[in-house]
Write a protein of this length. Structure first.
Length: 330
């Protein structure tokens, strides 16, 4: 196993200088730091988290409780979050176990902080499982958890989508994204859809919320097929997420519906992939890089002061692309 001592000998510097460089200390000159990091990478150095913890009382690791490795938005966020935390000198440990089991694992590894996703139920967690003096931050579901939170104004995203479609002349708009489960992240979108429809004068029986089993591609596909088979005449659809959007597009293509000539689509999730669809998608939400940077910033602040609770709400934006247009009948 390569040690800090090995790197120090190869670099011709002291043990303490290597240690400071690996912790990104400002006490080491930049050219020296880069020289040491280059040698460490060449030698295949892997930091010993347990040893680091004994010396500094910090492991340099952040635990992430991940709800799904399949959904595109979450995978993109994990990649961006890992990059943001790496720049701050942290290692990300990922668990796809149930929330209580994951928290217990991270407690034993003595991670410096834990990230939990808001669609997981913290009410099921016993106090004995929570790592003592370890800050926990959730992404999403502000107000539904006792911990610090970074959240997107999801309801505002749906309002932006509705206003855009209404401004184009759409009066019959469907929302696909109601998973029929206790998921506060989705509930806030649906409530905003209903409220904003009323404010825009669209809630005259022409709006429809389509129930789905989940948030994957197949769920979007089946929901769109249901709309088509029932003879629904919606001229526009708001999709609850990028995976649902993929399924919606597939079902629309099978029915020979053209986007946006026959039906306009706005997708939640502000992801770069939406621009690369066969029809570039109009999107609402917050950019993944903005979310990951906000989470990383709050984590760094919390590690220095575990008792401080923070709530950060990120403002969404509307990105208009070619998947939306006035309805054909207008």
């Amino acid at each position: 196993m390569i040690t800090i001592k090995d790197i120090a000998e190869q670099a011709g510097v002291s043990f303490s200088t290597v240690s400071k460089a690996l912790r990104n200390s400002p006490l080491v000159k930049e050219h020296t730091k880069q020289h040491i990091l280059s040698i460490a990478k060449e030698m295949g150095y892997q930091p010993n988290l347990a040893a680091r913890s004994l010396v500094s009382k910090k492991s340099g690791a952040i635990g992430v409780v991940w709800p799904s490795v399949e959904r595109a938005a979450l995978s993109s966020l994990l990649t961006a979050l890992n990059d943001a935390l790496e720049e701050e000198g942290y290692t990300v440990l990922l668990s796809i176990s149930r929330l209580e089991a994951a928290l217990d694992t991270f407690r034993r590894y003595q991670v410096d902080a834990i990230i939990v996703f808001g669609d997981q139920d913290s009410k099921l967690i016993s106090e004995s499982t929570l790592p003592p003096n370890t800050p926990i931050i959730t992404y999403g579901a502000a107000g539904f958890h006792p911990w610090s939170t970074v959240d997107v104004k999801r309801g505002q995203s749906i309002r932006l989508a509705l206003r855009h479609l209404a401004s184009l002349g759409h009066h019959h708009i469907a929302y696909i994204g109601d998973p029929q489960t206790n998921d506060p992240l989705q509930t806030v979108k649906i409530e905003a859809f209903e409220d904003e429809s009323g404010k825009l004068g669209l809630a005259s029986g022409k709006q429809i919320i389509v129930p789905i089993s989940g948030l994957d591609v197949h769920d979007g596909y089946m929901a769109m097929k249901q709309l088509i088979e029932q003879g629904n005449v919606a001229t526009a659809i708001i999709s609850g997420g990028i995976d649902l959007t993929r399924g919606i597009l597939r079902a629309a293509a099978e029915a020979r519906l053209q986007v946006p000539q026959d039906i306009s689509i706005v997708s939640y999730d502000n992801l770069p992939q939406l621009q690369s669809f066969e029809v570039p998608m109009t999107a609402v939400g917050v950019a993944i890089t903005t979310i990951s940077e906000a989470i990383a910033q709050v984590i760094i602040q919390l590690i220095g002061n575990q008792q401080r609770i923070q709530t950060v709400h990120l403002e969404p934006e509307l990105i208009v692309r070619s998947s939306t247009a006035p309805p054909a009948s207008s």
